[in-house]
Design a binder for this molecule. Structure first.
Ligand code: MLC
Ligand code: AMP
Length: 504
């Protein structure tokens, strides 16, 4: 029996000495090298006592081994659960215990903080760093470089990605083999990736964009990636001559445009620039075209669905739109109250259906039922319309969500902590336009009668509990929060009041 995801992404390259990863030290790892390392790590996973279907949580910096562990999990039928290295021990604790992970692999520097986390959750802990050192690397060292490929079916789980909720705790989005493979196939065809492509890969690999869009597409196509630890615009510019394509969040493009060495000459040979995960301003799209002659291809997706829409490869890529539904994805805009489909041009909630749509939230049937209709339509929570040319435009979010540099920040997660701080009566966290990050979180605190909250101390407390990228870039203390006649806090008023906060 087959393992469709492994066979298509990895198995097809077994023994091939074609280039796969161009690394920062100037070396190149072939597909065969990569698969041998992945198999060795797969054998180490089995040595840890893991069985088919077990979850493996991974919190390490971007590295070859981090990616090889993804391949290893797929090969052995384990569920891959990558975590942002920026998460605090408190955040990791939730993910490990909620997922029931049997193994947590972390960086050696975090081992002391995470040992109690793993122990409380009943998980084994192993360490691994970017230079392939740590207890897990030791375990893998002498193991064979081939491993058994465990048979899987399309509906079997391949990965969990946690996505925060507007209320309550994060939810584990269950991705099946079919979810990942169908989307990778569709995107590879649509964007015409082949073995001749070299992708500049500077995104993190613990989210849909860097892992399932960028990596899966390149694996399927058989191309190579310039594998960079993180976004460094100088390094991106240096590597561009050897590349054919770039995928990034809008901040990649604004930072490139801010760089004097980013010229039309540098990009002349490039085949494709793709943007997603957050709105690309029409002005960025236009400035990019004016500078380089390339029209950025914007697409739209989310954790629960992978990619839903894309501007055309051949055909007009329209600024301010996310293009058309992918060939195997259905999309409609509905009335949020009635669920009825709205006529073209009217704004409503975007719903999608297709093989890309996830299986549900791990052990949260009510939350799954609230967003995934029995007939397969997923309610995205994004507000949009289909314009007169059939392009989808995203005009806002029905969900209270801030997207900062492509990372999601759920205000509620901050507000519950802020509300408990000394001198704070209540709080509202809003997203404010930010030139570099698109939006940045700002906390507005209403002081308790006669008291003066201390923003510095409050930010310090937040930093011990939440990843730093979620922490407000500014804290504003006010006497009271604006409310409507129903008593609801008017975040739109706060957003308007503070819209210019980060304007120069
Ligand atoms: C880093 N920081 C951020 C941040 N990234 N703050 C707010 N928003 C962000 N996105 C903070 C750090 O905590 C740190 O704070 C300081 O900024 C410097 O950190 P850095 O690592 O040097 O940051 P930088 O290199 O500038 O990173 C910015 C970035 C990066 C935009 C390049 O965030 C990034 O690669 N984002 C991509 C996210 C992504 O892949 N999203 C896809 C989700 S999938 P301090 O206080 O310590 O100094 C998805 C579905 C879909 O949405 O459709 O694709
Ligand atoms: P995540 O939960 O991290 O997967 O974030 C998904 C969300 O990012 C979507 O629901 C959208 O709100 C947003 N998003 C992704 N791509 C785009 C885009 N091209 N334009 C606007 N918003 C986007």
């Amino acid at each position: 029996m087959a393992n469709p995801l492994y066979d298509a992404l990895f198995g097809q390259h077994t023994g091939q000495s074609t280039p796969f990863l161009h690394l920062p030290d100037g070396t190149t790892l072939t597909h065969a090298d990569f698969l041998e390392r992945a198999a060795q790590l797969a054998n180490a996973l089995i040595k840890c006592g893991l069985a088919t279907g077990d979850r493996v949580a991974l919190q390490i910096e971007k590295s070859v081994d981090a990616l090889a562990l993804y391949a290893a999990c797929v090969q052995r039928g384990l569920v891959f659960l990558p975590l942002n290295p920026a998460y605090t021990a408190a955040e990791v604790s939730y993910f490990v215990s909620n997922s029931g992970a049997r193994l947590l692999i972390c960086d050696p520097v975090n081992a002391d903080a995470l040992r109690p986390v793993a122990s409380d959750a009943g998980a084994r802990i192993e360490t691994l760093d970017t230079a392939a050192r740590g207890s897990f690397a030791t375990l893998a060292k002498e193991l064979p470089t081939t491993s058994e490929t465990v048979p899987r079916e399309g509906d079997d789980l391949a990965a969990f990605l946690y996505t925060s909720g507007t209320t309550g705790r994060s939810k584990g989005a269950m991705m099946t083999q079919t979810n990942l493979l169908s989307n990778a196939r569709t995107l590879t065809d649509l964007w015409q990736f082949t073995e001749r492509d070299v992708l500049l890969h500077a995104l993190p690999i613990f989210h849909t964009h860097g892992l399932f869009v960028a990596t899966n597409v390149m694996l399927l196509a058989g191309g190579a990636m310039v594998f960079m630890p993180k976004l460094d615009v100088d390094a991106l510019i240096t590597a561009m001559p050897r590349a054919t394509a770039l995928m990034g969040v809008p901040t990649f493009y604004t930072r490139l445009l801010d760089h004097a060495d980013f010229t039309s000459e540098l990009t002349r040979h490039m085949r494709l620039f793709i943007s997603g995960s957050a709105p690309l301003l029409a002005e960025t799209h236009k400035a990019f075209e004016a500078r380089t002659g390339h029209r950025i291809l914007e697409r739209y997706g989310m954790t629960e669905t992978n990619m839903n829409t894309s501007n055309p490869y051949d055909g007009p890529r329209r600024a301010g739109t996310v293009g058309f539904a992918l060939p195997d994805v259905e999309l409609k805009v509905t009335n949020p109250d009635t669920g009825k489909t709205l006529p073209q041009g009217e704004i409503g909630v975007i719903e999608v259906r297709g093989p890309n749509v996830f299986k549900g939230y791990w052990q949260m049937p009510e939350k799954t039922a609230a967003e995934l209709r029995p007939d397969g339509w997923f309610i995205t929570g994004d507000l949009g319309l289909i314009d007169d040319l059939g392009y989808v435009q995203i005009v806002g979010r029905g969900k209270d969500l801030i997207i900062s540099g492509g990372y999601n920040i759920y205000p509620k997660e901050l507000e519950v902590i802020l509300d408990d701080q000394p001198g704070v009566l209540e709080s509202a966290v809003i997203g404010v336009p930010h030139g570099d990050l698109g939006e940045a979180p700002v906390a507005v605190l209403a002081r308790a009668k006669g008291q003066d909250p201390d923003p510095e101390a409050i930010l310090k407390t937040l930093g011990t509990q939440l990843a730093r990228f979620k922490c407000p870039r500014k804290v504003i203390v006010v006497d009271e929060l604006p409310r409507n006649t129903m008593g609801k806090v008017q975040k739109n008023v706060l957003r308007a009041d503070h819209a210019d906060l980060f304007k120069a």
